[in-house]
Design a protein around this ligand. Sequence first.
Ligand SMILES: [Ca+2]
Ligand SMILES: [Ca+2]
Length: 411
Amino acid sequence: MKCDYFAAILSPGAPLPKVTAPAEDNAASRGWNMKRQPLFFCIVFGLFGCGREGQLEDRTSASAKAQALGSLRVVPSALRLQPNAKQTFTVDSNTEYHTWTVVDSTGTPDYSGGGGTVDYMGTYTAPPYPGTFYLRVGLANTPNVSSTVPIVVAASAPPSISVNPAILQMRRGNYQQLSASIWGAASENAVYDAAFKAPACSNVSKGCIAGSSLLSGRANLGPEPNQPNTINGSCADGASGDYHSRESVDAVTVSTTDGDAFAPGKTVSVEVAVWASSRADRLELYYAADASAPDWTLITTLTPDAPGAQTLSATYTLPSGGPKQAVRANFRYEGGSADPCTAGPYDDRDDVVFAVPSVTWRMAGDNPVGVLAFASGNATYYLAPYAQTLDYAEAQFAGSSAYVTIQVLWW
Ligand SMILES: [Ca+2]
Ligand SMILES: [Ca+2]
């Protein structure tokens, strides 16, 4: 069987081939996590007798397998997830293929999908309803060795972190980008924050909604509650004209486009409900990487289609920055040029502050052989040229962790 994969294994950058399970195990919800190194060693050293080199033989020998029996450690070892959330599990074992199976409380495989599903890389997807479910990981060629992880699915579960990739095979002296996602966050309705003097979302969320009850109108027109709704009261609204006859920003929603929580590097959509007076009006969107010391960067300029109510939107990439970031919508009457605080008598600007949780990275394991750079948000991992063993990188968020297992390719 293994010889069928030699070409793919030896091809640099080739996707990991999926192994077809034996007939008795060939169920849709059962996956195989294939290790390349032992097979490659067999290719190379098979010419001289597979496993003749002691260090290589250890990876598939009975002694190594026995050692693995006591170290088949699943990370995380228990979990609470929201319905439909995902989590990638890893195993502290490098001896042979792993199999991932959703099982019931008696250990019987559950291929119905009712207890969630798992792919061959160990990424579990929770069902859309609450309950307690179980995920079993085993060694493919050693049926009696397995560990089972309980998973509680509950609407009240906190957001959880996962990493991409969960298992990384790389050559010594190379670099690899690692990223983390936070699953299970909900959208949040902003409330007026007296410290920022603007609407704010304070929790881990995938969207922050500052609705019309907070922002409709401009200055005393409407009136706009808590006007001007700019951070630290930094820019007053124009006070001329009539409500919903002349310009106003009426609502602002900021959200990630992929449904994960806010995090540096995520694509974020900004949707702004405005009342336009003319097609010559202009809406400028700005972002600030640190809401506590805003330095406004222009995202784009948008133009209304016609007078009246409408929603204008744009996207930008969330930068690394403070624990609270912000956007500003500055809507201005025709003429002039883009500025975070235009002086027109009909101009409105409203800010929204939202929390961007901090993901930190560190090397894990007893004897790290790699180096992490830019250890917030996404990270770059460098595998030392002398590395010979497994390595682990850990992403941490709000007390939860996810691990990247790095396997050293020996060619
Ligand atoms: Ca305002
Ligand atoms: Ca407004």
